[in-house]
Design a protein around this ligand. Structure first.
Ligand SMILES: Cc1cc2nc3c(=O)[nH]c(=O)nc-3n(C[C@H](O)[C@H](O)[C@H](O)COP(=O)(O)O)c2cc1C
Length: 151
């Protein structure tokens, strides 16, 4: 299937700003390749929280294919379903530079305002540190694919 081109949209966006452009909503390797060829600075592997399309692929499953297609030519981030530090660890292990968090931040905000948001981020960070320690990773750079996909 020929996929529609959005190169013109990116050209238009680039004409408005010199800020780096991150393309959000990529879950396919071929779209990742096209995004890189269009010159984006980064890709956010996202299904928009699974709120648009029933049956959209899980972003953690889509991530390795996108990372492979990007082949280090742009940054790759991921969001969707990050609820614990372990989820962050898995995404980093599968090649994400970082993750983004949606609803947990909103829940923290609803529960306790700014302090609640800070709490959510502190919890995630603490859990990530604990998972790293348990997995024998002293630094983020020590986290690699073998931690989640042996062999
Ligand atoms: C209430 C709500 C509104 C959202 N609106 C948008 C939107 O307008 N555009 C978009 O790209 N993503 C939108 N998202 C998706 C988030 O940007 C993000 O991809 C998603 O929440 C990440 O998943 P998580 O909530 O499981 O962490 C929305 C999410 C929520 C919860």
């Amino acid at each position: 299937m020929t996929r529609p081109s959005h190169g013109k949209d990116l050209d238009w966006l680039r004409s408005l700003s010199h800020l780096p452009i991150l393309l959000k909503g990529i879950v396919r390797a071929d779209d990742a390749t096209r995004a890189v060829e269009a010159g984006v600075s980064g890709i956010i592997v996202s299904n928009h929280g699974g709120r648009q399309l029933d049956g959209a692929p899980a972003t953690l499953e889509a991530l390795p294919g996108v990372v492979q297609a990007a082949a280090g030519r742009c940054e790759v981030f991921m969001d969707g379903g990050v609820r614990w530090g372990d989820d962050v660890f898995k995404a980093l292990a599968l090649g994400a530079r970082a993750v983004l968090v949606g609803r947990p931040v909103l829940w923290g905000l609803a529960a306790a305002g700014q302090a609640g948001v800070a709490d959510v981020l502190r919890l995630l960070s603490g859990e990530l540190s604990r998972t790293m320690a348990l997995a024998g990773c002293a630094t983020i750079a020590d986290i690699d694919r073998t931690m989640v996909a042996p062999g």
